[in-house]
Design a protein around this ligand. Structure first.
Ligand SMILES: [Zn+2]
Length: 420
């Protein structure tokens, strides 16, 4: 989900005589303690007053998903009767009926136009690609004059994420502080067990499940087609095979639940971790919206796997970040390198991690697609280029390559530098 906070409807904290006739005596007592008196952590430029602006009246919540039964255990907004309904709509209705005066609007999708009017974006996304996309979108909205960033074009991005008992929250001021792509190396690649371990020396119950999933299923095709993680019969089949495999190697711990978790790549969501991270994100929104406090600078780590541990650090901007640096990206290859190698670099480099890059360039004044994966007919037509060398493709030293990918809404420009 992401939440856009619209600034046109600022609500003054006035200790009980607010707009809309829905306030009551003492409603804002807690908030006024922060806004009407100074404290050791208040922003140096902040002047406490009863006039201080506290908030926002309209929150847009965006989520394309509908509610699944398995979502109910880790959140507080959905009830069994809501299963099958759009998440954004149900969440919005719940908050609207619970908190007088708060207006939450729900959307199932967003476009560039929608985002321009928001002052703060809060992300609670479940994938790095989606984070990078939103990050890239906010970067694309920045305006520069003679290379100087116009601060009014910055829309702060507050990003929260959890994985089991671990979580993080961060504040990104696009163009000013480290963005998602600046710190891409922090994200671990998806865990895949080495094939040799799965095939010949399993040590963990997961190895046995992967054996059944990766090696036995494609060979035996028990139900004809592909493995469907939502089909209980399929999971049961993998579970049984994994259990046999585990017994051979004296490995314990293969359960139906674990099988389902491994097949569907589920990392259990823990409600308490989600609550802590959501609170951290909400606190940052409060600080930015009121300007009363200095925002988190800029990355908070939370871990309660064993005891409880939390700290913050300042993630640094990457000088040549492909998303936010405005520095042309260099690609260093010998002219004898094949296009395949360039493609591999774009997907495997820790700082780029693209998914299915489409590479185009300009040759003799014409746009030319060198390789594009997402459209079958174009893929087939451009596939032979992968085996050609950069020289054979007619590319020259200093050539610009435009690369489009799902990880960014904008095309990334690369400059080809031939090495010898
Ligand atoms: Zn960056």
């Amino acid at each position: 989900n992401w939440y856009g906070i619209e600034p046109q409807h600022i609500m003054a904290v006035d200790g009980g005589h607010g707009v809309g006739g829905c306030d009551w005596d003492g409603r804002w007592n807690h908030v006024t303690k922060f806004l009407e008196r100074p404290g050791p952590f208040t922003h140096p430029d902040f002047e406490p007053s009863a006039e201080a602006l506290s908030g926002f009246r309209i929150i847009h919540v965006v989520d394309m998903d509908t509610i699944d039964l398995s979502n109910l255990n880790r959140q507080f907004l959905f009830r069994p009767k809501d299963v099958g309904r759009p998440k954004a709509e149900v969440a919005a209705n719940f908050i609207n009926s619970r908190i007088p005066g708060c207006k939450v609007a729900s959307r199932k999708c967003f476009s560039k136009m929608h985002q321009r009017k928001f002052h703060i974006i809060v992300c609670g996304l479940d994938s790095i690609i989606a984070r990078r996309w939103m990050n890239g979108m906010l970067i694309s909205l920045l305006s520069y004059e003679d290379g100087v960033l116009d601060p009014s074009s910055i829309i702060p991005l507050i990003d929260g994420g959890t994985e089991g008992f671990k979580g993080n929250a961060r504040v990104i001021l696009p163009g000013m502080t480290a963005c998602i792509d600046c710190t891409l190396e922090l994200y671990p690649p998806q865990i895949n067990f080495p094939m040799c371990t799965i095939a010949s020396m399993p040590r963990l119950p997961e190895h046995c499940i992967e054996y059944a999933r990766i090696l036995q299923w494609p060979k035996e095709k028990p139900f004809g087609g592909n493995l469907d993680g939502d089909n209980p019969e399929h999971i049961e089949w993998v579970f049984e095979r994994a259990r046999k495999r585990a017994a051979e190697f004296n490995i314990t711990g293969v359960t139906y639940r674990l099988t389902q978790g491994v097949v569907k790549r589920i990392i259990p969501a823990v409600a308490s971790t989600n609550a802590v991270i959501a609170a951290a994100c909400a606190t940052e929104v409060f600080k930015i919206a009121t300007s009363a406090y200095i925002p988190l600078n800029n990355y908070l780590v939370f871990n309660d796997v064993d005891g409880l541990y939390t700290y913050t650090f300042e993630a640094e901007r990457k000088e040549n970040c492909s998303a936010c640096s405005q520095v042309p990206q260099d690609l260093q290859f010998p002219s004898s390198a094949k296009l395949q190698e360039v493609l591999q670099f774009l997907t495997e480099s820790a700082s780029l991690q693209m998914k299915s890059p489409a590479i185009t360039t300009t040759l003799e004044g014409k746009n030319k697609t060198l390789y594009l994966q997402s459209v079958k007919s174009i893929e087939e037509r451009t596939r032979p280029n992968l085996c050609k060398t950069l020289k054979e493709l007619g590319l020259s030293d200093g050539q610009e390559l435009a690369v489009a990918d799902v990880t960014t809404p904008q095309t990334v420009l690369f400059k080809l530098n031939f090495t010898t």
